[in-house]
Design a protein around this ligand. Structure first.
Ligand code: HSE
Length: 402
């Protein structure tokens, strides 16, 4: 029998217990041994909860119990979660987590401890919730040189953008409604400002490169400036607006960034709507492959954590190889990247825009309140310098993607 401890009895933690209990027989069969939840750690009490008897408040009970081989860290944050993960790994207990903040910040260190102690640190649920993406990158695609990863990595923002597109609603109104329905956090900053997507693309990029992509150095722009009017222009261009995490090798450097992009209907990510996530991976032999599914939510995320539990059970006494060196990858300067931009300006600013970015195309969306224009390809820094000269006339800008 393999005993498991769950750290954190919140949404994902209760999901982990539910997945293990609901699918116990087949999970145990696949693991090769009976999987049992022995402890649940939480500061709170849960009177009347069916698993109340497993609840402990002191982490040492778990750490001192040699019969616990696997710990699921689903607390979140980088404080106690970091401390408890290190304690568990140092005791030779494998850790499975959904905590992208911790993985992005301390991944190589925690993987290093796991290797030293002959156990595992697995984090499938940290990116794309229930979508398998860490394991494909780490095993099925090991024959590939991955050249590019593009992902819709945040369910909340994809839900907001999809609703804005469908209903012609503005960002603030959709956010408010999403919060009322419990889809968006009360403090939505990490999602809407792109920080959550940034941690996820940093983790994927680190696995792609085998070196650390420091999420704090990744250019990140959220969706708060996107308006209903932008979607009218996007539609007129046969495009959609998506918050993308992008990572691509560029010679010795690597471009990693998060920003809203206007993408064409030919892009496979175009049809990814609502809370769904998708990750498009381009390998040098395989070409494109896409991983699609529920990127958040209790059971999808818990399913990925429990999948890792099964992997840990199957690999007791052996550390599954994961190439992620602590050495930092060199990031390309986003300012030097060339691309086209969609700009929305006051009608009286159109002439100035055409003069600033000659050779572009005007977009007719049948609006009188503003005008749309697509610039020719130019460096981000040159675009920014010219856009600044437009002053108040500039109402918005969005990068054009494939
Ligand atoms: N807030 C995240 C999202 C949860 O909306 O995608 C999953 O990481």
């Amino acid at each position: 029998m393999i005993n498991v401890a769950v750290l954190g009895y919140g949404t994902v933690g209760s999901g982990v217990v539910e997945v293990i209990e609901s699918n116990k027989e087949l999970i145990s069969k696949r693991a090769g041994e009976q999987i049992e939840v022995k402890y649940i750690l939480d500061l709170r009490d849960f009177p009347g909860d069916p698993y109340e008897s497993k609840l402990v408040h002191d982490v040492n009970v778990i750490m001192e119990d040699d019969s616990v081989a696997i710990v699921c860290e689903v607390m979140g944050g980088v404080g106690a979660a970091y401390q408890f993960t290190k304690m568990a790994l140092n005791k030779g207990k494998s850790v499975c987590t959904s905590n992208k903040e911790l993985v992005a910040k301390y991944g190589p260190e925690l993987l290093g401890i796991a290797k030293e102690k002959g156990c595992n640190y697995l984090f499938e649920a940290s990116v794309g919730g229930g979508i398998p993406i860490i394991r494909p990158l780490n095993s099925a695609l090991t024959a590939e040189k991955v050249e590019k990863i593009t992902g819709i990595l945040n369910g909340t923002t994809n839900y907001i953008l999809s609703k804005m597109e469908k209903e012609g609603a503005d960002f603030e109104d959709v956010l408010k409604e999403a919060q009322e329905k419990g889809y968006a956090e009360r403090n939505p900053e990490a999602d809407v400002e792109g920080h959550d997507a940034c941690r996820k693309i940093s983790i994927l990029s680190s696995l792609m490169l085998g070196k650390t992509v420091n999420s704090e150095k990744v250019y990140t722009e959220g969706i708060t400036k996107i308006t209903a009017a932008d979607f009218v222009y996007a539609k007129a261009m046969g495009r959609s607006i998506k918050l993308l995490g992008v990572s691509r090798s560029k010679g010795e450097e690597n471009l990693v960034m998060v920003a809203p992009f206007m993408i064409s209907a030919e892009n496979p990510l175009y049809m990814v709507n609502d809370v769904f996530n998708a990750i498009l991976v381009k390998g040098n032999m395989l070409g494109n492959s896409m991983y699609y599914g529920k990127g958040a939510g209790k059971l999808p995320t818990a399913s990925a954590v429990v999948g890792d539990v099964v992997d840990c059970a199957r690999n007791q006494g052996r550390t599954i190889p994961c190439l992620w060196d602590a050495k930092e990858a060199v990031l390309a300067d986003v300012d030097e990247v060339e691309r086209r931009f969609f700009v929305r300006v006051k009608p009286e600013g159109l002439e100035a825009v055409m003069a600033a970015f000659p050779g572009g195309e005007q977009v007719d969306a049948g609006r009188s309140k503003d005008a749309g224009y697509v610039t020719p390809s130019l460096k981000e820094k040159d675009f920014a310098a010219k856009a600044e000269l437009l002053g108040d006339a500039l109402l918005g800008k969005i990068r054009l993607g494939d």
